[in-house]
Design a protein around this ligand. Sequence first.
Ligand code: PGA
Length: 250
Amino acid sequence: MRKPVIAGNWKMFKTIAEAVDFVEKIKPVAAKADHCEVIVAPPFTALAGAAGAAKGSKVAVSAQDIHWDKEGAHTGDVAPGMLVDAGCSHVIIGHSERRHDHGETDEQVNRKVKAALAAGLTPIVCVGETLAERESGRTADVLRSQFEGSLAGLTVSDFSRIIIAYEPVWAIGTGKTATPEIAAESHRILRDQARKQFGEKEAAAVRILYGGSVKPDNVSKLMAQEEIDGALVGGASLKVDSFSALVNYK
Ligand code: PGA
């Protein structure tokens, strides 16, 4: 009942032409992949191009960040309505690179989530512990508090429109994937927190993606975990071949 999601986070990679070319090539792959939803998240500059190419296909386009205001004097930021205008249906919020490079807090993530929902976008909300937090036995506390703060004040119906991504910071771009068991354990903690905040039914329905060095050779084992509902992929999402292999993890 939880439809899997394979999402590519392109971070600060790809020109407009490269993004359009990628989408054109992945469209037939996505068309055949009834078992999952396929999302790509290009940088802001390539969103409209990618969304234009994806129009009418099974490829959904996501932004990588959002501002909470409708418009205003916020140099360098992009408003929710602008993302919709560019053709986005999803937006990644609270990625650890935003949290660390830009000091984003749970409170800011929360404002962004609410703004995205109000604009009709599907937020992909990222949480995850650092290596120091894991090694000091604080993983569960960190995950619960990021989840609670990032999703505070949402109604049950708001929550039903959200996708969560568990991305342990120590696994992102490092080649160190969490074992399927470690990932599943964190997903259980997050689902338990969802139960506390939003109830049994919503917790059972929310999709929790795993992210952090997902590759074609480890995706099947991760996806075989009952708790893992998809993957948010950086490095391995940049090439058509490897992204196709991820989409076809089955
Ligand atoms: P990675 O990135 O797959 O390159 O580890 C994942 C992410 O940051 O979403």
